[in-house]
Design a protein. Structure first.
Lengths: 318, 341
């Protein structure tokens, strides 16, 4: 999309999204606008110059000159960062959501796709991982015969990541994130629970919506989904923690690959890649693979904070 | 509690209807001349011609209107020996069926000259028809804006001064007894006096012109390139041959179209204590707000987008500001988002 003309009066360029048009065409009454949010996708707050020599009137000069794109019609392409309402104007710290790669989970795969979580899609691929060495692997193949998942999964912690405030001070309720929104490609995976070493009988969530681009949206909350969201109980030490200050809730889940990936190469051939000489930590015999790179997006429902986790669906191609 | 969404109240949405008008000028040289008729599409069935604004084999070409001719089975010109007699009657009946109110038995009636069907009077039994494309007409032709200028007199090779027909006075005086909507009467003067010589159907986007208009000007032989008068053309020429002759005489067509725009207006109100922080990843360093040095510094955000959502948090519409708008606790904003349907 081009930039909007910003030489004169402020104008507003409004469009229906593709999902909005689809719902309108569907005629089932699902096109009903009930609320709004404000966004600032284009803004780089790093341009705010608190030390500008000409004074405070110039602090945000560069931000205010930021050109703005025309509206995107793809519902998944805009409103990535939202403006937040918090009644207290005297906050210096705001909560973040961070991937917790501590507490025995180690680091994500470093050799085959840096910082990417590997997800074997079938039993054959899964069995080539010899042990819990590569803790970036999320063991959740579609094949129901798999029982050993090595207790691997994703954990994201929420809270104030600052050493200025002790974790024991506690996180005020208006900054605590009780509900998380998770988006992922519905053709590739679905959301299941992750309860650490207790991997038996995981709970599979049903998406609250699947849009026209096959992006599934899941909502999980501490109230209704304690297997996914619960409080971080360690409020005293930094052991196994990534949030230095007051801690709120943690989100834990895994991605279960769709059975289509296990039983067919269609999506791998359509938008995946192949590597005949891959080096994968903890799976020395797994060298000839097909894979699809994707990501999972996690939003805080009330704070709007967003994290994207890269994932790689992996299939033995030998 | 922090929040990113604000629910609309009952006073935050309103619905309006606006009529937009565009001027549509069609110059006669496009209709006949400029493109050596490469923009005129004839069909094997020979029942009408399509006029494009560019040679129609080009993907850039837009269909702008069709032109055809027909007469009633009740016309004195109707005769089995005529060229395309049945098709000319079929064309006339098709337009009459759609545009003229049928009688109580459901039978098709002829076009009435003054539109007063129940009052009897003269009929228009031989007519040229101009159905304009929806691209031009949009929702309807604006009443009182229709003008067609044509060389109604003179021979094919020596045309005399052109005449203009108007839907004069139609802003306040039009007919509603057509099943296709409202229509105005066409006159050869802007005062709307004299005998009507056709109709323009506003919602249907169709102009109907009686062929007898050429007789008003003592039409000499030479209506078409074969040097025939209008009567001979209607009986002895094909439909496309007749419309070729008319296109040659067409100088200009102009009208204003109308688009009925139904709009939902959403008032997105941001109070002084609302929307002052951001979840933008650049807003924080660690967890500290980068635009604040101290706790008591005023927070601020810079709005570039507005998202309109369903109750299940799906983005249904989005709007962009042309420049960032600063929001802090010292101001309140109302952003007015209009969605047109």
């Amino acid at each position: 999309m081009a930039f909007l003309d910003n030489s004169g009066d402020i104008i507003l360029d409004a469009v229906l999204t593709d999902e909005g048009r689809r719902r309108l065409a569907e005629g089932k009454g699902t096109f009903r606008i009930t609320k709004f949010a404000l966004g600032d996708d284009e803004i780089d707050y790093g341009l705010y110059d608190k030390n500008h020599p000409s004074g405070s009137a110039y602090f945000d000069l560069e931000i205010l000159q930021t050109p703005v794109f025309e509206a995107f019609t793809n519902n998944g392409s805009s409103m990535k960062s939202k403006i937040i309402t918090i009644n207290n104007p005297n906050l210096l710290y705001l909560p973040v959501i961070k991937l917790n790669d501590q507490s025995g989970r180690g680091t994500v795969e470093a050799n085959f796709g840096a910082d990417t979580f590997l997800i074997p899609v079938d039993k054959t691929t899964n069995d080539k991982f010899t042990a819990d060495q590569n803790t970036g692997v999320i063991r959740s193949p579609a094949d129901g015969e798999i029982t050993e998942t090595f207790g691997a999964g994703l954990r994201l912690d929420q809270g104030l990541d600052t050493t200025s405030i002790s974790p024991g001070a506690g996180l005020s309720s208006d900054l605590r994130e009780d509900t998380f929104i998770i988006e992922m490609d519905n053709r590739l995976g679905s959301l299941i629970s992750f309860r650490g070493s207790d991997d038996s009988d995981p709970i599979e969530k049903t998406p609250s919506n699947v849009d026209d681009d096959d992006i599934a949206t899941y909502m999980v909350s501490a109230t209704t989904d304690p297997d996914f969201v619960d409080a971080i109980t360690n409020t005293t030490t930094q052991a196994g923690q990534v949030i230095s200050g007051p801690r709120g809730n943690r989100l834990r889940f895994r991605t279960r690959p769709k059975i289509d990936l296990a039983e067919s190469d269609y999506y791998f051939d359509l938008f995946g890649s192949a590597d005949a000489s891959a080096t994968i930590t903890g799976a020395s015999t797994l060298t000839n693979v097909k894979y699809i790179d994707s990501f999972v997006t996690i939003y805080g429902a009330s704070t709007g904070y967003t994290v994207q986790i890269p994932i790689r669906f992996l299939k033995d191609n030998s | 509690m922090a929040s990113t969404f604000k629910t609309f109240g009952s006073d935050d949405q309103t619905v309006t209807t606006t009529n937009l008008h565009e001027v549509i000028p069609i110059t006669g040289t496009i209709v006949s001349g400029t493109y050596s008729d490469n923009n005129i599409k004839n069909y094997a069935h020979g029942m009408f011609q399509s006029v494009y604004d560019y040679p129609y084999l080009s993907s850039s070409a837009n269909h702008i209107f069709d032109i055809t001719v027909g007469y009633s089975a009740n016309s004195s010109l109707s005769g089995a020996a005529n060229t395309q007699n049945a098709k000319k009657i079929n064309i006339y009946n098709q337009f009459a069926k759609v545009l003229v109110q049928p009688d109580v038995t459901g039978s098709i009636q002829d076009f009435d000259q003054d539109g007063d069907i129940s009052g009897g009077g003269a009929k228009m039994r031989e007519c040229f028809f101009f159905p304009f494309s929806r691209l031009l007409v949009k929702d309807e032709i604006k009443k009182g804006s229709f003008q067609m200028t044509a060389f109604l007199s003179g021979a094919y090779t020596s045309l005399l001064a052109p005449s203009t027909v108007y839907d004069a006075g139609a802003q306040t005086d039009y007919k509603v007894n057509s099943p296709a909507g409202e229509y105005g009467l066409l006159y050869t003067n802007s005062a709307g006096t004299g005998t009507p010589i056709g109709h323009v159907y506003y919602q249907a986007g169709i102009a109907v012109l009686t062929a007898s208009v050429f007789n008003l000007y003592a039409q000499p032989a030479g209506f078409n390139a074969d040097d025939e008068d209008i009567t001979a053309v209607l009986t002895g020429s094909s439909i496309s041959g007749s419309t070729d002759g008319f296109r040659h005489r067409l100088k200009n067509v102009q009208f204003n179209n109308t688009t009925e725009l139904n709009s939902s207006i959403y008032f997105c109100r941001a109070g002084s204590n609302e929307f002052n922080y951001s979840s933008n990843p650049t807003y924080l360093s660690g967890s500290q707000v980068v635009i604040k040095n101290a706790r008591t510094d005023t927070p601020a955000s810079y709005i570039t987008s507005i998202g309109l959502y369903s109750s299940d948090n799906v983005l249904l519409a989005t709007a962009k500001l042309s420049e960032p708008l600063k929001k802090d606790p010292t101001n309140e904003l109302t952003l007015r988002v209009r969605l047109d349907y």
